[in-house]
Design a protein around this ligand. Structure first.
Ligand code: HEM
Length: 325
C-alpha cells in the first residue's frame, strides 16, 4: 500500500472513531451546550425531596418503566391522544407518580437552555439525584439520550414485569433488554422504598388458586397481619402498603431482609428465592449495605443505557408529555 493508501485507511479509522464516540452516551454530555443543567436538576431535587421523600420511589420507578419499554426515551411521559393509547395509560403504569415533578424540572432546564436537554435525561438524572438525596446509592448517569416519538400502551404491557410473574418470566423480560439475573435481584432491591396498592396482592392474599386461599409461599403470620390490618378485603383498590414496612423512605437492605423472611410483597419478589442463583445474590447483598449500593449503582447505570436513542434519533421534546409538533 502506498502512502496515499495508508492515509485513506487512517481517515477511515478516524471517522469510525468519531462515529463510535458520538454514538454513545457520555458523562457530562451537556457540559458545553447547557453547563448548568445537571446542577439545576440536583438543586431542585434536593430542595424538594425533604418535603416529599416518597418522590424518590416514584421517580426511580418512572425511570425503570421508561427504560424497559422502547428504551430510556421518556416514552412513558407522553400523553395519550384521540388516536393513540400511550404507555402512561397501560395498566402497570396507572400507579406511576411524579409526572408533574419531571415536567417542572424540565421547564427549569428549558428556561436555561431551550431545546437542548432531553426529557429522558431529565428523568434519568432526577431519579438518580432523588435516591442519592434520601441517603441511597449514587450512580453515574452518562447523558445524551434523545426523546422517543412513539408511546404505545400495548408495548408497556408486553415489556414490563408484573407482580405475579415467576422467575423464568422475569428473567426473560430482563433478558429482552440485555439485563441478567444479577440485575434482576439488584434492581428489585429498589422495593426497599415506596408503596404498593392492595390490589397488587389481592389474589395472593385472598384467592391464590381460586379457592379463597392465600399464597403458601407468603409468611402466614405476615399474611394474616396484612389481611387484618391493611388489605381487609379482596376488592380494596385504594389502601397503600409499604413494601419494606417501617422504612419506606430509607434505601437500605430492608427489602432483602423481608424477602428472605418470606415477606416479600409480590410473587415476583418471592420468586427470587426459587433458584439457588438468585438466592445467592440476595445473600451477598445482605452482607453489606455498601456492597449493595455499589452493585445497585452498576445495575442502574446498565438499566439507564437500555436501547437509548442518540445522535440524530428521536428529538428533544419541549414538554415531556407531548411530542413536538
Ligand atoms: C422485577 C420486577 C418488578 C415488578 C414485578 C415490580 C412491580 C411493582 C408493583 C406492582 C409496584 C406497586 C405499584 C402500586 O401498586 O402502586 C411496584 C412499586 C415500586 N417499584 Fe417495582 N417492580 C419490579 C421492579 C422494579 C425495579 C427494577 C424498580 C427500580 C429500579 C422498581 C421500583 C419500584 C418502586 C420504587 C416502587 C414504589 C413506587 C411508589 O412508591 O410509588 N421496581 N413495583
Amino acid at each position: 500500500m502506498g502512502s496515499q493508501g495508508y492515509f485513506k485507511v487512517l481517515i477511515i479509522f478516524v471517522i469510525a472513531f468519531i462515529g463510535s464516540t458520538q454514538a454513545e452516551l457520555q458523562l457530562g454530555f451537556y457540559a458545553k451546550s447547557c453547563p448548568k443543567a445537571e446542577q439545576i436538576i440536583w438543586k431542585y431535587v434536593v430542595e424538594h425531596i425533604h418535603n416529599v421523600p416518597s418522590l424518590a420511589a416514584a421517580l426511580i420507578r418512572l425511570h425503570f418503566h421508561d427504560c424497559f419499554v422502547n428504551g430510556c426515551d421518556a416514552s412513558v411521559l407522553i400523553n395519550s391522544t384521540k388516536n393513540n393509547q400511550a404507555e402512561k395509560d397501560a395498566i402497570p403504569n396507572l400507579t406511576l407518580r411524579g409526572f408533574g415533578f419531571i415536567e417542572t424540572v424540565k421547564s427549569l432546564v428549558e428556561a436555561e437552555c431551550p431545546g437542548v436537554v432531553s426529557c429522558a435525561d431529565v428523568l434519568a438524572l432526577s431519579a438518580r439525584d432523588s435516591i442519592h438525596a434520601i441517603g441511597g446509592p449514587y450512580w453515574n448517569v452518562p447523558t445524551g439520550r434523545r426523546d422517543g416519538l412513539i408511546s404505545k400502551a400495548a408495548d408497556a404491557l408486553r415489556g414490563l414485569p408484573a407482580p405475579f410473574h415467576n422467575l423464568t418470566t422475569q428473567l426473560s423480560i430482563y433478558g429482552n433488554v440485555g439485563l441478567d439475573a444479577n440485575d434482576l435481584v439488584l434492581l428489585s432491591g429498589a422495593h426497599t422504598i415506596g408503596v404498593a396498592h392492595c390490589s397488587t396482592i389481592a389474589t395472593r392474599l385472598y384467592n391464590f388458586t381460586g379457592k379463597g386461599d392465600t399464597d403458601p409461599t407468603l409468611d402466614s403470620e405476615y399474611a394474616t397481619n396484612l389481611k387484618t390490618l391493611k388489605c381487609k378485603n379482596i376488592n380494596d383498590k385504594t389502601t397503600l402498603i409499604e413494601m419494606d414496612p417501617g422504612s419506606r423512605n430509607t434505601f437500605d437492605l430492608g427489602y432483602y431482609k423481608q424477602v428472605v423472611k418470606r415477606r416479600g410483597l409480590f410473587q415476583s419478589d418471592a420468586a427470587l428465592l426459587t433458584s439457588p442463583i438468585t438466592r445467592a445474590i440476595i445473600s451477598r447483598q445482605l452482607q453489606s449495605t455498601q456492597g449493595f449500593f455499589l452493585e445497585f449503582a452498576k445495575s442502574m447505570e446498565k438499566m439507564g443505557r437500555i436501547n437509548v436513542k442518540i445522535g440524530t434519533e428521536g428529538e428533544i421534546r419541549k414538554h415531556c408529555a407531548l411530542v413536538n409538533a
